[in-house]
Design a protein around this ligand. Structure first.
Ligand code: C2E
Ligand code: CA
Ligand code: CA
Ligand code: CA
Length: 279
């Protein structure tokens, strides 16, 4: 099978055993989906507001499920996280994202970065930076062309090891982005002291533009905060022209959302890069 040799994880953790059968069945389905190549990635373009072009895509995991169709993402990613399957699946996702980035850049050179999401369990795996370094060497992707997205929640528990992992990733040259910014409870001083490159304003704030004054104020303040700390600011979940205009007016760097494009299958993403990629 496609992913042979990566099966060195525990499927039946106590967390799973304690649950109802449908969940266990789904966990088995997920494992066999992974082994038979029924997981795949979509890529959502980010628009650089200064140039009007795309220099980055976020890779998003998908499952082609025979019965459930497109299974609710949050559900199966949470399941992967709980079972530990997220470790081999995540490694596969990073490798696939890196490969795509390399091949698109061969088709049409230009500055291109690919972002992947790291779940808490992935982030806490021993020697995460070492595994990512191996994948970068294998795919021959420059470390600076890879971005990892982590959430604030990771910084709250076991601060020391989170700090070490972030330092190792940063030393490798990989970019680090704080996802869903504003929804967690991380102290703002982390932003100053940790090696982040960008923050992503959560969709819940963007949704409130232009009608909700608080969402507008928070968005504006987060952009200013990010810039004062030399971070790039990305807005996610941009769905309307009003939201784009507001973000442009306040100098947000990159925007991502259905108004620009929904997540694309690999061939469409490649075509997007060829036509709308940064030069
Ligand atoms: P996220 O990192 O916050 O990803 C953004 C989610 O918003 C994606 O959902 C995307 O399809 C959706 N989205 C993008 N633009 C819009 C928009 O304009 N409006 C709305 N309503 N939604 C928009 P998706 O793909 O279902 O992913 C859900 C979550 O699952 C992600 O949230 C991320 O936390 C996690 N995830 C996805 N792929 C991976 C992966 O490869 N590894 C890990 N560890 N987690 C992943
Ligand atoms: Ca993300
Ligand atoms: Ca997000
Ligand atoms: Ca979000």
């Amino acid at each position: 099978a496609k992913h042979e040799g990566q099966n060195n994880y525990q499927l039946y953790t106590p967390a799973i055993n304690a649950r109802a059968h449908p969940r266990m069945a789904l966990a088995k389905d997920l494992q066999s989906a992974f082994e038979s190549g029924n997981l795949y990635l979509q890529f959502q373009p980010q628009l650089n507001l200064a140039t009007g072009r795309t220099s980055s895509f976020e890779a998003l995991l998908r499952w082609r499920h025979p019965q459930h169709g497109m299974l609710a993402r949050q559900t199966f990613i949470r399941l992967a996280e709980e079972t530990g399957l997220i470790i081999p699946i995540g490694a596969w996702a990073i490798e696939t994202a890196c490969q795509s980035c390399v091949s698109w850049r061969q088709l049409r050179p230009g500055p291109l970065r690919i972002a992947v999401n790291l779940s808490p369990r992935q982030f806490r795996q021993p020697d995460l930076a070492g595994s990512i370094a191996t994948l970068l060497e294998k795919t021959k992707l420059a470390p600076s062309a890879l971005e990892v997205e982590i959430t604030e929640g990771l910084l709250l528990e076991d601060m020391d090891s989170a700090f070490n992992t972030l330092q190792s990733l940063s030393a490798l040259g990989v970019h680090i982005s704080v996802d869903d910014f504003g929804t967690g409870h991380a102290s703002l001083s982390y932003l100053k002291n940790l090696p982040f490159d960008s923050i992503k304003i959560d969709r819940s704030f963007i949704q409130g533009i232009p009608t909700d004054p608080e969402s507008r104020t928070i968005t504006k303040a987060v952009i200013a905060l990010g810039h004062s700390l030399n971070l790039k600011v990305v807005a996610e979940g941009v769905e309307t022209p009003e939201q784009l205009l507001y973000l442009q007016k306040h100098h947000c760097d990159l925007i991502q959302g259905y108004f620009i494009s929904k997540p694309l299958d690999m061939p469409e993403a490649q075509q997007w890069w060829e036509e709308k990629g940064e030069k």
